[in-house]
Design a protein around this ligand. Sequence first.
Ligand code: ATP
Ligand code: MG
Length: 250
Amino acid sequence: MSPPPPAPLLDVRHLEVRYGDLVGVADVSLAVGAGQVVALLGSNGAGKTTTLNAIAGLVRPSGGAILWRGEAIGGLPAYAIVGRGLALSPEGWRLFVGQTVEQNLRLGATALADRQRVPELLERVFAIFPRLAERRRQSAGTLSGGERQMLALGRALMSEPKLLMLDEPSLGLAPAVVETLYDTLWRLHGEGLTILLAEQSVPLALEIADHAYVLQTGRTVLDGPARALEDDPEVQRIYLGIRGEAAASR
Ligand SMILES: Nc1ncnc2c1ncn2[C@@H]1O[C@H](COP(=O)(O)OP(=O)(O)OP(=O)(O)O)[C@@H](O)[C@H]1O
Ligand SMILES: [Mg+2]
């Protein structure tokens, strides 16, 4: 008999999140193994952000379980979750626009126990994104969209995460910037970082992901190896609306 597969790092089971009377996600289950890149796909309102925010402790689950290395972390405050090694680069970036690039990055390291590591981590982020180094004393409010995305990602990396979660990193960015960003993700993945990535751009996400989950109106409706989903007619069908829109806007 072959040995059982290793327990996933992150295991989300039947997650439910309510916003008052409204249901943000109804039933989402997913697992992320160590070193994997897992994509969370779904069109507008499918529940991607709600799922990531619940894992990151920004919204409280009303049902189900979120297990990190077997420990239930659902409902813990955000700082406690960052402290366990889960970092989110959120939708809309949530930067402190009145503060400098460097101050924003330093805030990412707030949960880090070993303060001595901060300068080294800063330099690592600046090596990944030289453009942030050039603008380290500039206020975040003066950055372009692509630079803000880099800053949000850099800030998440400042906590030395074991799991990096990204909410639509390609949104609103020029194709060349998206390419650089994905090259960076690919490199981080190569260094062993585990990534959970929400994307509306299916081809982009499936190119980098090992495994993908498809959400539809707050539920996981489909999952499988990324390669298999690339040609799945059901995925195409779920995305038909988006693809039509994207094609029309070109
Ligand atoms: N703060 C909120 N209050 C009430 N309803 C919310 C709130 N945030 C999200 N929702 C609802 O929860 C559902 C899931 O939204 P969510 O933002 O998670 O989707 P998404 O997959 O991230 O969409 P998008 O691709 O547009 O970012 C939607 O029906 C949305 O209207
Ligand atoms: Mg979203």
